[in-house]
Design a protein around this ligand. Structure first.
Ligand SMILES: *Cc1c(COP(=O)(O)O)cnc(C)c1O
Length: 226
């Protein structure tokens, strides 16, 4: 199958999953095409097929690939960000999904201020408490939200989660559901807080059923990464 066939099939599957939802029926779902490790040619094929959002997990790789992209594509950083890369990150990305510490938020705020930008960010939550994954522990989330709120050049748009990789995505349903509840509890008191990013190739259907409105998908569009 080609990238464009994969992309269209995926849009259909996302719609089907949304139709099975009990929360936020009909809300739009953003498909972020994750192009990490793939070349500019495949990136272009996804955009030609209708991709509006591109995700990369490494700043340096994005710096090499993004110059050949048109401006009207929304660029997401989905991987862990080190503070020594924040200057480049605020220049390259429209949405930084991986804010997970006050230290990083402070550095990002400073970098965004230095280029007179208000940077859209998501806070990554390590809800499953996996030691090998980044993300803020759920009990530390309120403090990090306060820090991002206090940062004039950061705009908190929502939350991001990476579910554990398990054989059966159904096992992650309670986790997705809990994340949606945390998101829904925060939403009414905030403005512009509208993105809940969860769901990848192996678990996006369950994530969307439980209320994700951003999914980050690579393999189902581009095939296995090299
Ligand atoms: C690679 C990656 C994805 C996409 O994973 P697939 O399984 O290829 O869909 C999504 N989110 C993050 C954070 C990633 O690093």
């Amino acid at each position: 199958m080609s990238v464009s066939e994969n992309f269209r099939a995926l849009l259909g599957e996302i719609d089907l999953a949304r139709a099975r939802r009990t929360v936020a029926e009909g809300e739009p779902i953003t498909l972020v095409a994750v192009t990490k490790t793939h070349g500019v040619e495949l990136m272009r094929q996804a955009i030609d097929a209708g991709a509006t959002d591109i995700g990369e997990n490494r700043v340096q790789e994005a710096a090499e690939k993004f110059p050949s992209l048109e401006r009207n594509v929304t660029r997401h950083l989905i991987g862990h960000l080190q503070t020594n890369k924040v200057k480049l990150a605020v220049k390259l990305f429209d949405v930084i999904q991986s804010v997970d510490s006050i230290h990083l938020a402070t550095a990002l705020n400073k970098a965004a201020a230095s280029v007179q930008k208000v940077q859209d960010v998501l806070i990554q939550v390590n809800l499953a408490r996996e030691v090998q994954k980044s993300g803020v522990a759920p009990e530390d989330l309120p403090q990090l939200i306060d820090a991002v709120d206090a940062a004039n050049n950061l705009n908190l748009r929502g939350l991001m989660m990476i579910a554990p990789l398990v054989a059966d995505a159904e096992e992650c349903r309670p986790l997705f559901c809990r994340m949606r509840k945390i998101f829904d509890d925060l939403k009414p008191t905030r403005t512009g807080f509208d993105l809940l990013s969860m769901g990848m190739t192996h678990d996006f259907a369950v994530a969307v059923e439980e209320g994700a409105n951003v999914v980050r998908i690579g393999t189902a569009i581009f095939g296995q990464r090299p």
